[in-house]
Design a protein around this ligand. Structure first.
Ligand SMILES: Nc1ncnc2c1ncn2[C@@H]1O[C@H](COP(=O)(O)OP(=O)(O)OP(=O)(O)O)[C@@H](O)[C@H]1O
Ligand SMILES: [Mg+2]
Length: 232
């Protein structure tokens, strides 16, 4: 489903100096896997997430998503491939302030053909699947706890029924108990719904929930291992 071959990414900073954030990254992720990508701050995790999510393209190397060469797609095709394949949970997930939870979750559907009533139905279903009780659906986004906001962000990533969920530090701002709730949500989406989960984190304990661990340091993969048993 995901195939990176020799992917490198070089940025030019404000002074025009090139900086290579990813060096020759090669790996595959199969449908239904639950993978953690772990590395310290500045190691290239978000750069990698942007490439995996087809939000950015490699400077060299190739990326095939669903057997399509991402570099060869037009912007319009990229938008469609993202919409149909990937649910994003960003670290700063930017719920619209002072709008209802339900409306926030329907947002990705606004550009689709789906009618308003159907949009609400899909959004409610997504909120149920992340265990956010109905009493909160009418709450405004600024009247929620951190863990609730995070689950709304996951619900929003689910409404287009994506095969892949790409989450950048989804538990970064949460205490361990609330973080565990969010991780349970990912586990269920993986186990019960067969979704491919890619969880980006700097935290070893968070990463231990995944079945496979890819460790990145200074833009290079230093470990790629499948876990034999679960920590929890
Ligand atoms: N647009 C950019 N222009 C220039 N350099 C960049 C750009 N984006 C990222 N970088 C550099 O690339 C490196 C990797 O950044 P990246 O955001 O991928 O790290 P990260 O692993 O996600 O870190 P964090 O855990 O702090 O989020 C950093 O050294 C960063 O300064
Ligand atoms: Mg980052």
């Amino acid at each position: 489903m995901i195939k990176l071959s020799d992917v490198s990414k070089t940025y030019n900073d404000d002074f025009g100096e090139p900086y290579t954030a990813l060096h020759n990254i090669t790996f595959e992720i199969k449908e239904g896997e639950f993978v953690a990508i772990m590395g310290p701050s500045g190691s290239g995790k978000s750069t990698l997430m942007n490439i995996l999510g087809a939000l950015d393209t490699p400077t060299s190397g190739s990326y095939f998503l669903d057997n399509k060469n991402v570099a060869s797609l037009t912007d319009e095709e990229l938008t469609l491939i993202r919409r149909h394949n990937i649910g994003f949970v960003f670290q700063s997930f930017n719920l619209l302030p002072r709008t209802s939870v339900l409306y926030n979750v329907t947002l990705p559907l606004l550009y689709s053909e789906v009618e308003e009533e159907e949009r609400k139905k899909i959004a409610k279903h997504a909120l149920e699947s992340v265990d956010l009780p109905e009493q909160y659906h009418r709450h405004l986004s600024n009247q929620l706890s951190g863990g609730q906001i995070q689950r709304v962000a996951i619900a929003r990533a689910l409404v287009n029924n994506p095969k892949i969920i790409l989450a950048d530090e989804p538990t970064g701002n949460l205490d361990s108990k609330t973080g565990a709730l969010v991780l349970d949500t990912f586990k269920r989406l993986h186990k019960d719904e067969g979704r491919t989960i890619i969880l980006i984190t700097h935290d070893k304990t968070v990463a231990s929930h995944a079945d496979r661990l890819i460790v990145i340091k200074d833009g290079t993969i230093v470990e790629d291992s499948v876990k034999k048993y679960h920590a929890i």
